[in-house]
Design a protein around this ligand. Structure first.
Ligand code: SF4
Length: 288
């Protein structure tokens, strides 16, 4: 499959389809484009320009993204706004203060950091993401051209009037770009977290074909063998991935160890369960 393909019904132009999706759901105040700096974000930023839709690109500062990625964004996409998450007292949230607050490192099953560092922005707006089905079976099962994440979305009459699928997480997925879907999005997005995913059906090859065809700049790490870019030490990378990242970025390992030290002190201070005595023990448990 490539960006231009043919089936029984004729030609499929994935670039035009992505542009049409963006135009279909464009809100009056414009989109927030979730620009992580990765290859998929590179595509959605370019597609929003091509579609001529109103938008603002926002990078959620995770504090654990590779320095090369952050530098790439600053240099090549100066219009992308860097936005940091804040708690209810107005204090910035970082991975380094989140771990002591939560009392344990984020794990594959308890990925609290995504919620705080990546998903807390864009409330009341439609967020465009570079999410694709090809990335994982989780995305295949829980994401669509439009994803309305909040629980109870399937009870909204406008959603029920559209062709929707419920997800195991309590949200809904819409894959049609008809007027019923548009209406469902219009009704939902101010109160329910609503994502438009214009390249949901693109493969990795499609992404690279698009980047090369339009000669778009991309982060240098892809040329060093990285297939995906994201937070250093992400538990989703598995033991091998985490250890490789900490070998490449030892300063980040030191920062995690310091955060674990603070976490142990905090756990003891408030009488919270603390299963390990030292930061190193927590680290070994974390990457196992
Ligand atoms: S480390 Fe992984 S789970 Fe945590 S915010 Fe980053 S991507 Fe999400």
């Amino acid at each position: 499959m490539s960006l231009i393909d043919y089936n029984l019904f004729g030609k499929i132009d994935k670039v035009q389809m992505a542009i049409d999706r963006l135009r279909t759901f464009e809100p009056e105040e414009g989109y927030i484009i979730a620009d992580s700096g990765g290859k998929d974000s590179t595509c959605i930023v370019a597609l929003a320009e091509m579609a001529g839709v109103k938008h603002e690109c926002v990078y959620n500062v995770t504090t654990v993204d590779p320095p090369e990625l952050v530098r790439f964004l600053r240099e090549k996409r100066p219009n992308t706004r860097f936005q940091m998450a804040h708690d209810k007292n107005g204090e910035p949230i970082t991975m380094w203060n989140l771990i002591p607050r939560k009392g344990m490192p984020p794990t594959r099953l308890i990925r609290y950091c995504c919620q705080y560092l990546k998903e807390s922005n864009g409330k009341g707006r439609i967020v465009v993401t570079g999410v694709r089905w090809a990335e994982s079976s989780n995305r295949k099962n829980n994401q669509g051209t439009v994803t309305i994440i909040s629980k109870g979305a399937d009870k909204i009459p406008e959603v029920q009037a559209a062709n929707f699928t419920s997800t195991v997480r309590g949200g809904v997925v819409l894959n049609d770009e008809n007027k019923e879907s548009r209406r469902a999005v219009e009704i939902c997005y101010r109160t329910k977290r609503t994502l438009v995913n214009p390249i949901i059906d693109w493969t990795d090859e499609d992404v690279w074909e698009f980047i090369r065809t339009y000669n778009l700049p991309y982060c240098e790490l892809y040329d060093c063998g990285h297939k995906r870019l994201g937070c250093i030490g992400c538990p989703m990378g598995g033991r091998k991935g985490m250890l490789q990242e900490f070998e490449q970025y030892p300063k980040y390992k030191a920062l995690y160890l310091k955060a674990f030290d603070r976490m142990i002190v905090e756990n003891k201070r408030i009488g919270r369960r603390n299963d390990k005595d030292t930061a190193e023990e927590w680290f070994d448990w974390w990457v196992q």
